[in-house]
Design a protein around this ligand. Structure first.
Ligand SMILES: NC(=O)c1ccc[n+]([C@@H]2O[C@H](COP(=O)([O-])OP(=O)(O)OC[C@H]3O[C@@H](n4cnc5c(N)ncnc54)[C@H](OP(=O)(O)O)[C@@H]3O)[C@@H](O)[C@H]2O)c1
Length: 336
């Protein structure tokens, strides 16, 4: 086996204005070769990256930082690799907590090999017999987001109305919104939602919500923002809860849409709270304990959209922004 390898990376060309395009990213072969051994005393871990998670927040990090694009993570740096959550195999380690052959998930640069400081990387228990790619999504940050947002922020009670498979498991009446027929069919026929509609084809979102949820909405899990949030506010019940997880419709607009119906938060005494999954990282063991039995019993259905090859990373990431993914968008970099 060779002692060094060439590294391919996905680089941000320059800060992005508006919607990200594939041409905002480029694939390069780094000039420095990667040593397949770490230096004694460095406490670092060398990993081969296997899967990357494509996430909507990554599009925001491609923009020049300014007060209106405030994020909790540092913006990507033009000329440097972008980064995100990934699943990796340990090649060599100077940290006694990690050994060659271990699998980890955590933040990594989008490149084939990374040298990481493993604080903030989680060792994967391979005795939990699920595909490693799940740790980019259902068993990683995406799953923790749904868990924390639903159980910690939404305060669900049996018989209530909101969106998501966790809600369904808890006995709620669940309605989803998605941008094409294939996704609407998935929500109802595969995930067991009680109803779903295609927001791109509904001429009046307020009427769509009234049709699907005539009693009103107890809980709304906000991923989208803009017009749908305005229509949801019209249909919330008194004392309803809104967990603000994301606002993907607004991330790349030069001028954000205003929300007309915010005063209803007062009159309906709605509790609306933003949250960030990373703040709930201490709940990760509770989350696994909750979610694994449901996965084993096939009571939670997970759909992945796996694109292969680091060269296809820019297309996968940009496709997500335009709703082209059906299921969790994952980029496969190398064979396990
Ligand atoms: N707070 C946190 O800690 C946290 C953590 C993770 C994710 N999030 C947020 O959660 C949301 C969902 O993230 P995810 O990772 O699960 O992504 P995802 O649902 O796998 O992919 C994003 C989806 O958003 C939809 N979309 C894209 N542009 C849209 C637009 N302009 N209007 C409405 N929908 C649009 C598309 O589906 P359609 O075909 O249906 O349009 C697309 O497939 C995002 O807002 C994200 O920022 C928050």
């Amino acid at each position: 086996m060779e002692n060094t390898v060439r590294n391919k990376q996905v680089i941000l060309r320059d800060y992005v204005k508006g919607y990200p395009k594939e041409s905002d990213l480029m694939i390069i072969t780094a000039s420095d070769r990667v040593e397949l051994k770490v230096k004694p005393g460095s406490m670092v871990v060398l990993v081969k990256n296997l899967y990357f998670s494509c996430d909507p927040y990554m599009g925001i990090l491609m923009k020049e930082p300014n007060p209106s694009t405030f994020t909790l993570l540092d913006a990507f740096v033009p000329g440097k690799p972008i980064s995100g959550f990934g699943v990796s195999e340990v090649i060599d380690s100077d940290d006694p907590a990690f050994a060659k052959g271990d699998f980890v998930w955590g933040m990594v640069d989008w490149e084939k090999y990374s040298t990481i400081n493993p604080i903030g990387s989680f060792k994967i228990d391979i005795n939990i017999n699920v595909p490693l790619s799940y740790y980019t999504g259902m068993l990683g940050m995406t799953g923790l987001t749904a868990y924390a947002g639903f159980f910690e922020i939404c305060s669900p009670k049996k018989g209530e109305t909101l969106v998501g498979q966790f809600a369904k498991l808890m006995g709620c009446y669940v309605v989803g919104s998605a941008g094409c027929k294939q996704k609407v069919d998935l929500l109802v026929n595969k995930f067991g939602f009680d109803g779903a509609f295609n927001y791109k084809e509904e001429p009046d979102l307020d009427a769509s919500l009234r049709r699907c949820l005539p009693q009103g909405i107890d809980i709304y899990f906000e991923n989208v923002g803009g017009k749908i949030l305005d229509s949801v506010l019209m249909n919330m019940k008194s004392y309803g809860r809104i967990a603000v997880c994301g606002m993907i419709s607004q991330y790349h607009l030069e001028t954000k849409e205003g929300i007309q119906n915010l005063p209803l938060v007062i009159y309906k005494k709605i509790r609306m709270q933003g949250f960030v999954a990373l703040d709930f990282i201490d709940k990760f063991p509770n989350f696994l304990e909750f979610v694994l039995p449901y996965i084993k019993e096939r009571k939670l259905i997970y759909v992945e959209d796996i694109v292969e090859g680091i060269e296809n990373g820019p297309a996968a990431l940009v496709g997500l922004v335009h709703g082209q993914n059906v299921g969790k968008q994952v980029l496969k970099i190398a064979r396990e």
